[in-house]
Write a protein that binds this ligand. Sequence first.
Ligand SMILES: *[C@@H]1O[C@H](CO)[C@@H](O)[C@H](O)[C@H]1NC(C)=O
Ligand SMILES: *[C@@H]1O[C@H](CO)[C@@H](O)[C@H](O)[C@H]1NC(C)=O
Ligand SMILES: *[C@@H]1O[C@H](CO)[C@@H](O)[C@H](O)[C@H]1NC(C)=O
Ligand SMILES: *[C@@H]1O[C@H](CO)[C@@H](O)[C@H](O)[C@H]1NC(C)=O
Ligand SMILES: *[C@@H]1O[C@H](CO)[C@@H](O)[C@H](O)[C@H]1NC(C)=O
Length: 490
Amino acid sequence: MESKLFCWILLSLLILSCFVSQTNEKMQGQTLVYLYKSRLKQNFGVDTSLFKVINHVNEANVHPQVGLKEEDRIERLPGQPLANFSQYGGYVTVHKSAGRALYYYFVEAHHSKNSLPLLLWLNGGPGCSSLAGALLELGPFRVHSDGKTLYTNKFSWNYAANVLFLESPAGVGFSYSNTTSDYDKSGDSRTAADNYVFLVNWLERFPEYKDRDFYISGESYAGHYVPQLAHTILYHNKKANKTIINLKGSIIGNAVINDETDEQGMVDYFGSHAIISDQDVYQIHKYCDFSPNATTQSRECEASYGALEDNIIDINVYNIYAPMCFSSDVTTRPKKASILEFDPCSTNYMYVYLNRPEVQEALHANVTKLTHDWELCGDTIQVWRDSPSTIIPLLKEFMSSGIRVWIFSGDIDGRVPVTSTKYSINKMKLPVKIAWHPWFLNKEVGGYTQVYEGDLTFATVREAGHQVPSYQPARALSLIKHFLEGKPLH
Ligand SMILES: *[C@@H]1O[C@H](CO)[C@@H](O)[C@H](O)[C@H]1NC(C)=O
Ligand SMILES: *[C@@H]1O[C@H](CO)[C@@H](O)[C@H](O)[C@H]1NC(C)=O
Ligand SMILES: *[C@@H]1O[C@H](CO)[C@@H](O)[C@H](O)[C@H]1NC(C)=O
Ligand SMILES: *[C@@H]1O[C@H](CO)[C@@H](O)[C@H](O)[C@H]1NC(C)=O
Ligand SMILES: *[C@@H]1O[C@H](CO)[C@@H](O)[C@H](O)[C@H]1NC(C)=O
C-alpha cells in the first residue's frame, strides 16, 4: 500500500528497494513486494543533520478564506450511505506564486463536533495519499468491490474526533503544483513547511476550530511528517509568543523513527517470524552497515538481502498473514463486504472510485485537470531531498514541552514491525513509568502497552498489520479514544 516506503528505508543501505504491483502497476493494487539492489546516484543516507524548520512561513502565505468553507461542503459522495455528519473537501493554496495547493478531506464528528478535538491524519510513503487513511483505514466509508458504492465503517475515528485528511506533499494524490519543478524540491523540510501553511490557512477557513485541541496522527513514513509538523507548530507558537495552533499531542503507528534500529528490527522480525533463515539474519547483521554514515555495502550484505527479497516477495509484507489480491478487476455488483474482514483488493476499488469524474466533482478535487491519475502512491515525486536518519530528538522535544506522545504498532506488520519500534524506543533510554501489560477490548487482549516517564506511551495492536485501522478497526478506535482522552490503555 505504501509502496514508496521500501524505496525509502533501505536508502541508508544504499540498496534501492521498491515495490511493484504485479496485477497492474497503475492500479497500485495488492502490492507484491520485491527488493532489488542498485547503487544510488544520490546519497540520501548520509544526511544525519537534524530536521530544520524552513523559515518561509510568513504573512504572504496566509490568505483570506471567507466563503470557501461552504464551497467545500460535500453534499453527498456518489454511492454513499446515509450519514449525519458534515463532510468537506477542497484545496488550500500553500504557495500562491508557484501555484501549489494541497487537497484535504474533512469529516466532522458524529456527535459533539463542537467539543471533540481536531485530529489530522497523514499517510506516509513518501508519496502516498492520506485518502488511503480515509477510504481504507479510519474514515467513515469504505469502497465496495464495484468501485462505485460505499459502505459504512462503524469504527470510524470520527466517533472520537473531527478528522482531517491531508494529501501531502504537492504531487501526492490530488495535491499539485503548477510549477512542476516544485516536485523535485520535495523533502521532509518542505513537506512540514507546506503542511504548516496549509493548517494556518485551513483554520482561517474553519475558524471554529482555531482554539480547539489539536492532535496529529499518522503511520509509516508519517513517522517523519507528524513530529516535523508538530515541531514546526511549536516553533511558530514560540516565535509569535502565542498559541497559533493549539497542539496537544502526536501519535504515530508502524512509523519510521530511527533508520538504523528500524532496519535491524525488520530483519529480526523476518527471522523471528520464520520468513528468512537464521543464517541470513546472522549474515545481514554481520555484513550490513546500518549506521547513518554507511555509504557502501559489502557483496555479502547484498547477497543476504537478495535472499530476504526472495523470501518476502510472495507475501504481503504489511501484514504477513493476510491473503493476497489476485485480481485487479472491480465487480459489476458489490461483493458482500465486512469492516471486520479487510478485503486485500480494497486498494483497487479505491483507485477506481477516486478516478471517477463524478466522484472527483463531488470531492471538489482535480479542479485543474491534472495530467496523471489519482494514485495511492504515485510517481509524480521522483526526488526526495532531505530525510534525517532519526526523529528521536523531536520526540524528546515534545516530551519536554508537555506534548502527549504515543507510538503504536500493529504486531503483524513486517515493514516497520514492532521489533523496529521497540529498538527505536529503547534507543531513547527512558525510565519506565507503567510496566508492560496487556490492554483489553471486549475482554480480549487488544495489545500490550508500556508507559515511559516523560509521558511517552507505547502500545501494540494485536493482529494488526501496517495499516492498523484496516486490520483491527475496533482496537484502533479504542486506541485513538484513549490517546485523545489522555487515558492509559488497560
Ligand atoms: C441521523 O439522525 C437521525 C435523527 O437524529 C436519526 O434518526 C438517524 O438514524 C441518523 N442516521 C444515521 C445514518 O446515523
Ligand atoms: C494552477 O493553474 C490553474 C490554471 O491556470 C489555475 O486555475 C489554478 O488556480 C492554479 N493553482 C493555484 C494553486 O494557483
Ligand atoms: C509573551 O507574552 C506574555 C503574555 O502573553 C508576556 O507576558 C511576555 O512578556 C511575552 N514575551 C515576549 C518575549 O514578548
Ligand atoms: C557518523 O559521522 C559523524 C561525523 O563524521 C560522526 O560524528 C559519527 O560518530 C558517525 N557515526 C557513526 C555511527 O559512525
Ligand atoms: C484529473 O482529471 C483528468 C481529466 O478528467 C484525468 O485525466 C486525470 O486522471 C485526473 N487526475 C487526477 C489526479 O485525478
